[in-house]
Design a protein around this ligand. Structure first.
Ligand SMILES: [Zn+2]
Length: 569
């Protein structure tokens, strides 16, 4: 089997190998989906995708038919690396066989099959051919910040559907921050009382539903309680957890990690929260203790607190850094007691010096510590991997959807590419995660996620950079809206000027990557596509109808900008 041109088949993330055959498999109402025992969940997922996205009702059966869609679990697939959830699809005019060694691989095959659906005059069909595909990185994550902007359960489910379409493995939820504590607590009910502004609290029942919904899509939810910094809201409700200092009008930011009351709080809280989430990972935050640049507002109090000083003396800890490690080790022990592996942001581990952070901790690398923020000397990806940690790469210019991400930045990125890493340490980087922060309560993501997460997913699935961004952008529309969307919508991202338009950007006047069209032609295209979107909304047969509304808003703003008489800027 030869490797084909990588985007010649409209599947996202781009598959590794596709060999086109001749003819098509036609889908019609009542087409059967036959599945092996244990593959009922992917069978239902495929059936639902076909119904909602393509309008075709399939029949799930256990009998071996002569034709139809067949989901098969196999011991191993030739030509595909072992243990990576790879899959194969074989399409002939009579039969479509989806194979993998794992249920997760079968789900990926179902998602790819859905991308392959084509609408022609005679209805929906699949082109004949053979596909083999597998991911290059095992950990493919996305982080949502619900502490700064609370999102209802339905929005989280919508996000999980997008993640599943793009073959992600983890949804990391930043549940707590200085602004709110959105996890339910019976032991510390004040954490959930009268939150200010739009913040809400999830019920235990909602969180269980969320975890079930994620598990059906082969996605693990990683909850994050961000401590000992970002603790302003907790301290407001439980002042006994604060350091015994005069903050002189500045915002208390960190828990008192000298006080035994803090450890009792952590232990009881984790005992209560950890059983809600079935996955093995638990994120403890641990980022941003030090804001030398904002020290007039945010106060890190351990140095002047007598309780912290007493603890340092009693435990023979030389400085605040060692006191931080003391906190980490105790919390690590609490999580281990509940069967959880600790995950943490990297910036407060002084990796250039000996440290006692347990090496089974999963480090989320987001920054090379900068001026005034965290231990600086030698804080590099190389040092973390050389030291023996497994790392998830969330390097902040490349992977932050709120401010920095852009097509040209992302198109060549992959988790082992930036920040720089020596070849011998690359294997310790198990994948990457992009982050949607909501500082200031902003929620721009309903428009941003469908396209950005697809592009980011490709960077986690394939080490190979995207060499045909224009073809990629054209495939995106059908990937997001399903096979029945009008082909007239395919230049959508060319008109908007980008695929990974971040939170503050509705459009790009000059695309950093995609072919741009002359201003007058673009204005006309913008008008046309707005009319098409109106028609699509009336036909009501696409996936993600709410995203159509979001894009319509962005296109209307662009149209105003492009109108004659408006200055370029
Ligand atoms: Zn203290």
């Amino acid at each position: 089997m030869k490797t084909q041109e990588r985007i010649s088949v409209p599947i996202l993330p781009r598959p590794k190998m596709w060999e086109a055959g001749s003819g098509v498999f036609r889908l019609k109402a009542g087409t059967s989906i036959t599945c092996d025992k244990g593959l009922e969940i992917p069978a239902r997922l495929l059936s639902r995708l076909m119904a909602e996205g393509a309008g075709i009702r399939c029949r799930i059966t256990r009998a071996a038919p002569e034709q139809g869609l067949v989901l098969k679990q196999v011991r191993r697939l030739t030509g595909i690396p072992a243990n990576v959830d790879g899959y194969a699809i074989q399409i002939t005019p009579r039969k479509v066989i989806l194979k993998s060694a794992t249920a997760r691989g079968i789900q990926y095959a179902c998602q790819s099959l859905f991308d392959l659906l084509q609408q022609n005059n005679e209805g929906l069909c699949l082109p004949c051919g053979c596909l083999r595909d597998w991911p290059d990185f095992a950990y493919r994550g996305f982080m949502l910040d619900v502490a700064r902007h609370f999102l209802p359960l339905e929005r989280l489910k919508w996000t999980l559907d997008i993640l599943a379409r793009n073959k992600y493995t983890h949804l990391h939820i930043h549940f707590t921050d200085a602004e709110s504590f959105t996890l339910p607590s019976r032991r510390y009910p004040k954490l959930n009382q009268s939150p200010k502004g739009p913040h809400g609290v999830y019920s235990r029942a909602d969180l269980r539903k969320l975890c079930d919904y994620a598990a059906e899509r082969e996605i693990e939810i990683i909850p994050e309680i961000d401590l000992p910094g970002h603790a302003t809201q907790i301290i407001e409700k439980y002042p006994e957890l604060a350091c015994k200092v005069d903050t002189e009008g500045r915002k208390p930011w960190t828990l008192c990690v000298g006080s035994e009351a803090t450890y009792e709080f952590m232990d009881r809280l984790l005992e209560e929260i950890t059983p809600i989430f079935p996955g093995p990972l638990f994120h403890m935050g641990t980022d941003e203790l030090d804001f030398k640049d904002l020290s007039d507002r945010i106060f890190w109090s351990w140095k002047s607190c007598p309780v912290c000083r007493d603890r340092m003396k009693a435990e023979s800890l030389g400085n605040r850094q060692e006191l931080f490690y003391y906190f980490i080790r105790r919390v690590h022990g609490m999580l281990a007691k509940h069967g959880k592996r600790m995950m943490m942001w990297n910036d407060n581990i002084d990796i250039a010096n000996p440290h006692p952070v347990p090496h089974d901790t999963l480090v989320q690398f987001w920054r090379v510590a900068g001026k005034g923020r965290g231990p600086r000397r030698g804080c590099s990806m190389n040092k973390f991997t050389k030291d023996g940690f497994e790392v998830v790469n969330s390097y902040y210019p490349d992977t932050y959807l709120d401010l920095y991400v852009s097509d040209d930045r992302l198109i060549n990125w992959h988790p082992q590419r930036a920040p720089q890493i020596k070849p011998e340490f690359r294997q310790k980087i198990i994948g990457g995660e992009c982050c949607a922060w909501s500082d200031g309560g902003v929620d721009p993501y309903q428009r941003v996620l469908p396209s950005s997460l697809a592009l980011f997913a490709d960077r986690l699935w394939n080490r190979q950079p995207v060499t045909e961004p224009d073809a990629f952008a054209h495939s995106l529309t059908k990937h997001i809206f399903g096979p029945r969307v009008s082909p007239a919508l395919s230049p959508l991202f060319h008109i908007l000027g980008g695929m990974a338009l971040h939170g503050n950007k509705l459009y790009e006047l000059k695309s950093p990557l995609l072919k741009t069209m002359p201003r007058s032609k673009r204005l006309e295209a913008c008008r046309q596509i707005l009319l098409e979107i109106t028609t699509e909304r009336q036909r009501d047969h696409t996936l993600n109808p709410q995203a159509l509304n979001e894009y319509a808003g962005a296109l209307r703003a662009l149209k105003l900008k492009l109108q004659p008489g408006k200055r370029k800027s």
